[in-house]
Design a protein. Structure first.
Length: 268
């Protein structure tokens, strides 16, 4: 990994948008600070679009898309998202993006609910994440938010889920099981294509990504400007980002925004 300061002005000035993880990247242990929130407005003022990209549930993305200065928010590790469109009388209407047909979505929800029951029987000490009521495409268990779960147990649960055909993603706080095909990288590209008409193949070149954990590695793998905040756990990641901020969590997010805005401003 290179320090963020080594990102060239030429490359930074060509970035059209920023995709960002929430937990331990945009948020500080779940808290949103003023400087971090203000950074979103600075991106917009500089003409750089911003889209949240999180493992958190659909209803978190719904709120973020409605209240934050974003082009949208993609939830559940790339599975679905929310965005605003113009409506009558100067208002905006919230729209959902979900590429999975309703009947197939219902079938997958039934399979997920059965897996939850199996996990409860096989791993009674493992607690579901407390945001489960808002989830659509996956189910999540707490492995680092309010509970401490050993890497060995995470590996055992992962094998259990994969044996049942589920795909598993692990963030800094949760272990996720899903039957959807998208990860953060492919889901973000599909969302930006549907929402903004961006060529999916151009997303890793024209957009930057910032994150910190295992479910961010698909983005670290493909984004030319893939950035980790300083609290990133290197030993737990199979793929590392190209750049690393000096500061952790929200302060690292602001550091990246400073770099992108400065490059865009100097190029104008």
């Amino acid at each position: 990994m290179k320090p963020l300061a080594s990102l060239s002005d030429d490359v930074a000035a060509k970035i059209e948008g920023l995709l960002f993880d929430l937990d331990d990247t945009f948020l500080d242990h779940g808290a949103l600070h003023e400087a971090t929130y203000r950074a979103l407005f600075r991106l917009r003022e500089a003409g750089i679009s911003a889209v949240g990209l999180t493992g958190r549930p659909s209803n978190w993305a719904e709120v973020a898309a409605r209240l934050f200065p974003l082009a949208g928010c993609v939830a559940e590790n790339g599975a679905l998202g929310w965005y605003l469109t113009p409506a009558a009388n100067g208002r905006t209407r919230l729209q959902q993006w979900d590429p999975v047909p309703p009947e197939l979505r219902r079938d997958r929800v039934a399979k997920l609910n059965e897996i939850v029951r199996e996990i409860a029987r096989a791993f009674p000490a493992l607690a579901l994440a407390d945001d489960g009521h808002g989830r659509v495409s996956d189910r999540a268990w707490d492995v680092g938010e309010f509970s401490t779960v050993s890497p060995e147990m995470i590996a055992e649960v992962t094998n259990f889920l994969e044996d049942r055909g589920a795909k598993v993603r692990t963030s800094s706080v949760h272990l996720h099981a899903t039957f959807d095909g998208h990860d953060k990288a492919t889901g973000a590209a599909a969302f930006l294509s549907a929402r903004l008409g961006v060529d999916p193949g151009a997303v890793p070149l024209r957009w930057a990504f910032v994150g910190d954990s295992g479910n961010d590695t698909p983005c670290f793998n493909v984004f030319r400007v893939g950035v980790g905040v300083a609290n990133l756990h290197q030993a737990r990641l199979a793929i590392l980002p190209r750049y690393l901020t000096k500061l952790p969590r929200g302060a690292g997010f602001v550091e990246l925004v400073d770099r992108l805005v400065a490059a865009r401003t100097s190029a104008c």
